[in-house]
Design a protein around this ligand. Structure first.
Ligand code: ZN
Length: 498
């Protein structure tokens, strides 16, 4: 009745098939998922439909059977989803959440977004960036040569942010910093710890974290004065290790966001909910945004499509050795450009600032939700636009921060500090930035102990020795790696690698 007999039966998933295939001609409904296949099917949850030849548009199939379909009847369209259950967004997200949740999440989200269109939160544009950890800004660092990287980026169309260790602030080469200045659309830097000592941002000591962040800020500020290369206020954690306290410290120092390869604070097991992963950034750690990245080889079609659909920027994580044979990286870049030909390659800072969600409320006002401390908004239309901008940060209120903006006073209609919300008129063609800023409680100079500084110095030089020399000789690298795997005899021994 519902489908005018177009669909006749609901059946179990056929044997011998294991993947979902999203129709290539379904982009206006399935968005970035169109044309890809992914799996594994959930035989307990999934169902397929038997249907007549005509009137049923196949959107997602399993084997040759339709799993998700759209049936058009006169002035209405009916979506059929062969799923017993709908995902619980408050359930814990396991490692394989993408494949385990696909049929209980994505078809429903696709149908809802198609039905409600601008009324539900959705990304308007997508952003991507390759991040490379550790290199100095000198012509060659390990297998990375900046001039070769620039040629690669221009040929394959991508951009790179160097996760720059503030410790190295006096060591940048004028030849390389000139490249950064002249190609700021392709090359940029962001913070990568302070000294890159062992798990420095896994510290849970607020005063130590504050000292590290202030030292890093001072060093980056000096680097900017020497080189005129700006630095995004994004922190990529060394070794991927961080604490919840580090997230709070970055928030109180007005960083825009953190970027990491995992969402597990060290020694503080976290039960990450699915809802955290279907929005641009994870927000459950001290209310400070954590954007996730993956290595190129793991940036496969399904991962890219999930990110594009939910507005998560596509951030790739690499080290200098990716450039020994950059095929894996170039393949990942190619996959991104194929799935999203209009993607914006930019710096990590721009990616987090612009990865916002839009919706139109019942009054017709454009609502924008930001996931970064600072957000950039552009009005690309020819008429002025009223925008309700809000920050998704939990725990923000009028006492914990202030809203700043560079809009003209007459363009600001209302500010709701308690709700982290501002109503503003954007003139045609205008780009403005807006920030949430925490008041700085103290401006005491940062200080780290002499012992810390000596250890940091030794560690950095040893790491560079590994990247520049040992890594180019497989036998030496193997020996060095084996030595490093031995348990230390003395717990105070400096552990120089990674
Ligand atoms: Zn690193």
């Amino acid at each position: 009745m519902l489908t005018a007999d177009c669909v006749q039966a609901v059946l179990p998933v056929p044997e011998g098939v294991d993947a979902y295939v999203v129709a290539a001609n379904s982009r206006e409904i399935c968005g970035p998922f169109s044309g890809i296949s992914l799996g594994t099917v959930d035989r307990v949850n999934d169902r397929v439909f038997s249907h007549t030849e005509h009137g049923c548009r196949e959107l997602i199939t399993i084997g040759r059977q339709v799993h998700v379909a759209a049936v058009r009847l006169d002035n209405s369209e009916v979506f059929l989803v062969g799923s017993e259950d709908v995902v619980d967004l408050d359930a814990e997200a396991g490692d394989a959440w993408m494949s385990q949740s696909f049929s209980r999440l994505v078809p429903h989200a696709i149908a809802m977004r198609h039905i409600f269109r601008d009324r539900c939160w959705h990304p308007v544009q997508n952003y991507a960036c390759v991040t490379v950890d550790d290199p100095l800004l000198c012509p060659n660092y390990g297998f990375l040569n900046y001039e070769c990287l620039l040629r690669l980026m221009e040929k394959h169309h991508f951009s790179t942010t160097i996760a720059f260790i503030p410790h190295n602030f006096r060591r940048s080469s004028p030849r390389v910093t000139k490249l950064f200045r002249e190609h700021s659309d392709r090359l940029s830097i962001c913070f990568h710890g302070n000294d890159h000592t062992e798990a420095e941002f896994a510290s849970r000591d607020p005063s130590r974290l504050t000292a590290m962040i202030r030292t890093a800020e001072n060093r980056i500020s000096a680097h900017g004065e020497i080189t005129s290369v700006p630095c995004d206020r994004v922190m990529i954690f060394p070794q991927g290790r961080f604490s919840i306290e580090a997230m709070a410290a970055l928030r109180s120092h007005n960083f825009d966001a953190a970027v990491n390869s995992n969402a597990q604070p060290q020694g503080q097991p976290a039960r990450l909910k699915l809802r955290e992963l279907v929005q641009p950034a994870v927000l459950c750690f001290s209310g400070f945004p954590l954007f996730l990245r993956r290595t190129g080889i793991f940036t496969q079609d399904a991962d890219i499509a999930f990110r594009l659909f939910f507005g998560v920027p596509v951030l790739i994580c690499e080290h200098h050795d990716a450039f020994r044979r950059p095929d894996d990286l170039i393949d990942a870049v190619g996959r991104i450009n194929r799935l999203a030909p209009d993607i914006n390659w930019c710096s990590a800072g721009t990616a987090v600032q612009r990865s916002v969600l839009h919706r139109v409320d019942v009054q017709g006002t454009l609502c924008v939700k930001s996931f970064s401390g600072t957000v950039q908004l552009t009005n690309q239309s020819r008429s002025q636009q009223l925008v309700q901008l809000e920050w998704a940060f939990p725990g923000f209120n009028g006492q914990s921060g202030v809203l700043e903006h560079n809009a003209h006073t007459e363009d600001v209609r209302r500010v709701d500090p308690a709700e982290a919300r501002i109503f503003v008129v954007l003139p045609p063609g205008a780009t403005n930035s807006f920030s949430i800023r925490c008041p700085q409680t103290s401006h005491e100079p940062a200080s780290l102990s002499l012992r810390h500084n000596v250890r940091a110095f030794i560690r950095r030089r040893l790491s560079e020795l590994r990247d520049n020399h040992i890594s180019k000789h497989p036998l030496l690298l193997e020996m060095a790696t084996a030595m490093l795997r031995r348990p230390p005899h003395n717990p105070t021994t400096v552990q120089p690698f990674q």
